[in-house]
Design a protein around this ligand. Structure first.
Ligand code: ZN
Length: 192
């Protein structure tokens, strides 16, 4: 079990589409463990493998860890694919461990159906709505090299420009260790 630095959103590994997982071995099981540890430590509810520098189609989600009211189990999704998006769209504020200090409102479909494999290579197909649907869409976007600020309205994108420039330069220190776009290690903010 280890905490792994989270890659800054401007690092090239987050702009590249990830590769499918073809084999479940001990290394992958350890990677999933480390992803849960890293996500919990950083107080996130979802994490994609490329956010810790591993370009594989794999996400972990654990909404219940920080939301007592949420009853769903932690999820490990290998090679997830969204097979259905509902027509109804809703707005909700999102954040991202790769984009420290930014939260903004994103429009997304309310309901999705997603198929994926678990660590036993068993296939699942689930329907998700509300927060779970949103986290799944946000994380699968990561696997395809898409960051949530790319889905903002043009006005919101413009308003965010200056802040994103600062994040690119590593001027926001998070409460967890990060890797900057040039590969430099940025330690966690000790004050918090
Ligand atoms: Zn994210």
């Amino acid at each position: 079990m280890s905490i792994i630095p989270v890659y800054n959103c401007f690092h090239p590994v987050l702009k590249k589409k990830t590769e499918p997982v073809t084999e479940i071995d001990d290394g992958l099981v350890k990677l999933v463990d480390d992803m849960f540890d890293t996500m919990h430590k950083a107080e996130g509810i979802g994490l994609a493998a490329n956010q810790i520098g591993v370009s594989k189609s794999l996400v972990v989600i654990d909404i219940g860890y920080y939301n007592e009211k949420y009853k769903g189990p932690p999820l490990t999704m290998i090679n997830p694919v969204i097979e259905y998006f509902s027509d109804d769209i809703y707005e909700y504020e999102e954040g991202c461990l790769s984009i420290p200090s930014v939260r903004d409102v994103v429009e997304r479909p309310k309901i999705v159906q997603v198929s994926f494999y678990d660590l036993n290579m068993k296939e699942h197909k689930i329907e998700a709505d509300n927060l779970l649907s949103r986290v799944i869409q946000h994380e699968i976007d990561h696997l395809n090299g898409i960051l949530f600020y790319e889905r903002l309205t043009p006005l919101r994108k413009t308003l965010l420009k200056g802040k994103l420039k600062k994040i690119e330069k590593g001027q926001y220190q998070a409460d967890y260790p990060m890797i900057l776009p040039d590969g430099t290690f940025l330690p966690a903010n000790k004050k918090s």
